[in-house]
Design a protein around this ligand. Structure first.
Ligand SMILES: C[S@@+](CC[C@H](N)C(=O)[O-])C[C@H]1O[C@@H](n2cnc3c(N)ncnc32)[C@H](O)[C@@H]1O
Length: 183
């Protein structure tokens, strides 16, 4: 009986923590769709350097990138502790050694270019997140050279390439080359 109450409490607290971070950051940990992930993995082909998933959620995109590109370092930044924990456990289960998943503010980490200088950012962030990303790109001493974004455009920038998913909305995936794409 006691352990059942404990389990229910744990589930409720975990769910509330996800809701709390969603409200705070304005973004739920909803993963990129399978089609979007496939397009983003393809878009990564012509890019270089370490890959950073800013807002890595449950790890779907960061882990897929680490599997597809075993010679590149991948870092995922996530604020919400439950999705982050699941992503860490998944990386262990999959024995991925080229991925690090950090529970920290991705924009701040990117601005400080840690743990490595990032060559390519991948993300699925909403409008406000893309505006924050843009201000990091404008001010970071070692800004990433590539940005691949699922669905949300980078403000005041022209994509170097664009994919359209074959879903209902024909959702876009954008690839920017930095700083050439900046307007
Ligand atoms: C829509 S999910 C994308 C998950 C994953 N990148 C994917 O494409 O499957 C966005 C995630 O960004 C996280 N997030 C929002 N702001 C963040 C920040 N400043 N630093 C790190 N993560 C953040 C949210 O908690 C959420 O889990």
């Amino acid at each position: 009986m006691l352990w059942e109450v404990g389990l229910i409490l744990l589930v409720v607290i975990s769910a509330l923590s996800v809701v709390w971070t969603t409200v705070r950051s304005g973004m739920s940990p909803m993963p990129s769709s399978r089609a979007a992930r496939a397009a983003m993995l393809e878009a990564l082909q012509d890019t270089d350097g370490a890959i950073a998933d800013v807002g890595s959620g449950w790890g779907h995109l960061a882990l897929a990138a680490a599997r597809r590109y075993p010679d590149r370092q991948v870092v995922g930044y996530e604020l919400s502790w439950l999705p982050w924990l699941v992503s860490v456990l998944s990386a262990r289960l999959l024995r991925l050694h080229n991925v690090r998943l950090l529970r920290t503010d991705g924009f701040r980490a990117l601005a400080e270019s840690g743990p490595w200088p990032v060559g390519t950012v991948i993300c699925y962030l909403h409008g406000q997140g893309m505006r924050r990303l843009r201000s990091v790109l404008d001010s970071a001493p070692e800004a990433p050279r590539w940005i691949i974004s699922n669905n949300f455009a980078l403000p005041d920038a022209v994509p170097e390439h664009q994919w359209r998913l074959r879903d209902f909305h024909q959702s876009p995936v954008y690839r920017y080359r930095w700083p050439d794409s900046a307007q």
